[in-house]
Design a protein around this ligand. Structure first.
Ligand code: FES
Length: 107
């Protein structure tokens, strides 16, 4: 079951289209991505290693891991290129106001 979790991330509204930011929710690091005005949330940790995807490179709907170059689809979490073969988890996001987002994370 999924539970709405308010994101405590000052300046979320400042994540401009084409930008991303890592937020920490408990022991989980979640990457928020603004793709052309639509927010997406996915695990921040690359499935190949322990690198932060938030420190990587965003090109359209694709994030490239800064460590070994694996690419992931922002919308689906799919691993698109080696060395990663396992997708990252993606989470539903909704905008509750112009400054707040909610992410449904598994409990
Ligand atoms: S840790 Fe991301 S590609 Fe290796």
């Amino acid at each position: 079951m999924f539970i709405p979790v308010p994101v405590i991330a000052p300046g979320v509204a400042e994540i401009a289209p084409g930008e991303m930011r890592t937020v920490h929710l408990g022991d989980r690091a979640v990457l928020l991505v603004n793709l052309e005005g639509t927010f997406h949330a996915l695990d921040d940790t690359c499935t190949h290693g322990e690198c932060s995807l938030g420190e990587g490179y965003l090109d359209g709907g694709i994030i490239e891991c800064p460590c070994h170059g694996a690419a992931f689809d922002v919308c689906t979490g799919a691993a698109l290129t080696l060395p990663a073969t396992v997708p990252v988890c993606v989470y539903p996001v909704r905008v509750t106001s112009t400054t707040d987002l909610e992410i449904d994370l598994p409990s």
